[in-house]
Structure formats: structure tokens, C-alpha cells
Design a binder for this molecule. Structure first.
Ligand SMILES: C[S@@+](CC[C@H](N)C(=O)[O-])C[C@H]1O[C@@H](n2cnc3c(N)ncnc32)[C@H](O)[C@@H]1O
Length: 260
């Protein structure tokens, strides 16, 4: 899966950063949903605290944290996303340590322990989120926080119209076929598989955090902001999904901490 993701994000990086509007004056959690200014999920941090971002893309969240004095490291598999991230950090006048390394093996390249490890919409692209959570837990200082936002299982869900006995839409809305195994969101181009995005039932994230020795502090399923409130993360494509994301969560946020 890593090679597939790397190719996809290398091809997409330039147009993704140009077509997605990602704020530098807030910490974002996902498409159309409120940012940190409204959600207040980050732990208390002091300038100089060490922070690691997994699957950073353009690293806008690390740029925001570095602007507040944090000592930021950000990793991604895509050299092109990292090229964009370096340019964004340079323009913002902040220093971030970037590493091109998969989330699967970040622990081999990053030896220090962190006050905060965070990741926004990257865990849906890995094969084994639980293993990465275990490795992240080991890299947290006692009392350190792990903050992950990812695709919500209802968003990847398979939705069908509910029908009456005559096969007509019965006005009962939409039914989810299988919550426990949300289908992969597999995207194809010219008949070739380009990328896979996975979602998992909410309880899985809770269990993975607990199994890694972490305390779950918050689970958040934010609806999209109203149309008249600009979100910290948006694009024309996401804007089209606005009505759906007002009714069904597209992003799941899990905030946990290492006891100590
Ligand atoms: C949807 S983008 C999100 C980027 C950024 N976190 C944000 O919120 O804008 C997903 C990112 O995850 C990265 N990614 C995907 N699989 C990865 C992996 N196995 N290890 C590290 N990064 C990965 C991609 O290269 C891409 O930059």
C-alpha cells in the first residue's frame, strides 16, 4: 500500500495544495469541520515542547504549531508533498524538521519522545493503524497526547435508499449496509487503482488507543460548519458534499494521552 500511496500523493501534491484551502491561522481537523479555535482538543503546550506530525502533507498544522514556538517534526512518504510543505513553512517563516519516511516505520527514524503526536487525515491511507498507534504511544512522554483525525466510518459507508414493499423510495431516508466493515474508498484512474482510503468503526479507534496503553479523552464527530462560516480546510470538491456533511460526520477525531 505504501508504494501506491506514495505515487498517488506525488502526482497529486501540486494540484492538491493549489485547489485545497488550508488555513495557517488555525489548526485543522478535516474538510469543512471546525478547527482548534472552536474544538479545543489540543493539550496545553509550552513553547519548546516537541511535537510530531504523521502524514503531514503541506504541514499547515505543524506550521501553526511552530508559529506558537513548538519544536516541530513532520513526516510524510511523499517527496512532492514535503516539497510543498517546505515552501509553505519557508513562506510562513517557521522552522520545521521534515523527514521523508512512512508512518509505518517513523519510529526507526525519530528517536526522541514527544509532548504531542498529531495526524490529520493520513491514517485512512495505512494498512495497520493499530500498529502505528502502538509505536506512537511509545514515542510519547508521560502525559503526552496523541491526536488523530481520520475519515469517519459513516462517510465511507455504503448508502442505499430505503424502499417500500413496492420498491419505491419510502421517504425513510438512507440505510447503511454494513457499519462494521465500511467498504474501502478505492479510487481508479483509467481503470487502474490509484489510491485506497479506509475507515473503521468508531469503537476500533477507542480499542486501539486503550490497547496501546493510552487514555481516550475525547471522541469528536463534528458536523460541517454552516455555509456562512468559512472552515479552516475546504476545496470546491468538498464544498459540494456540504449538505451530506451537515447530516453525517465525514471526520472522526480521537484525542488520547499517555498516563503519567
Ligand atoms: C489527505 S493528505 C493530509 C495531509 C495533511 N495531514 C493535511 O491535513 O492537510 C494525506 C497525506 O498522508 C500521506 N501519507 C499517506 N500514506 C502515508 C504513509 N504510509 N506514511 C506517511 N504519510 C503517508 C500522503 O502523502 C498525504 O500527504
Amino acid at each position: 500500500m505504501v508504494d501506491l500511496q506514495r505515487r498517488y500523493w506525488n502526482n497529486l501534491a501540486k494540484s492538491y495544495q493549489a485547489s485545497t484551502s488550508i488555513a495557517l491561522n488555525d489548526f485543522h481537523y478535516g474538510p469543512l469541520v471546525p478547527g482548534e479555535r472552536q474544538l479545543n482538543l489540543l493539550p496545553e503546550l509550552t513553547p519548546g515542547d516537541r511535537v510530531l506530525e504523521l502524514g503531514c502533507g503541506g504541514a499547515q498544522n505543524s506550521v501553526w504549531l511552530a508559529g506558537r514556538g513548538m519544536d516541530c517534526t513532520a513526516i510524510d512518504i511523499s517527496s512532492e508533498q514535503l516539497r510543498q510543505a517546505r515552501a509553505i513553512a519557508r513562506r510562513a517563516g517557521v522552522k520545521i524538521t521534515f523527514k521523508r519516511v512512512p508512518m509505518e516505520t517513523f519510529h526507526l527514524r525519530v528517536a526522541t519522545k514527544f509532548h504531542l503526536i498529531h495526524s490529520s487525515h493520513a491514517f485512512e491511507f495505512v494498512d495497520d493503524p493499530a500498529a502505528i498507534i502502538r509505536r506512537a504511544a511509545v514515542r510519547l512522554l508521560p502525559g503526552g497526547a496523541l491526536l488523530i483525525s481520520t475519515v469517519h466510518p459513516l462517510y465511507n459507508g455504503e448508502w442505499v435508499e430505503s424502499l417500500d414493499e413496492h420498491g419505491r423510495p419510502d421517504g425513510m431516508g438512507l440505510l447503511l449496509r454494513n457499519y462494521f466493515q465500511p467498504p474501502d474508498d478505492a479510487r481508479f484512474k483509467n481503470g487502474r487503482l490509484e489510491v485506497i482510503s479506509r475507515a473503521y468503526p468508531v469503537a476500533s479507534w477507542f480499542d486501539w488507543m486503550r490497547a496501546a496503553g493510552l487514555e481516550v479523552i475525547r471522541l469528536v464527530e463534528p458536523p460541517a460548519l454552516p455555509r456562512d462560516t468559512p472552515p479552516p480546510y475546504n476545496s470546491a470538491g468538498w464544498d459540494e458534499a456540504h449538505e451530506q456533511l451537515r447530516a453525517v460526520p465525514g471526520t472522526l477525531i480521537v484525542a488520547a494521552r499517555r498516563p503519567g
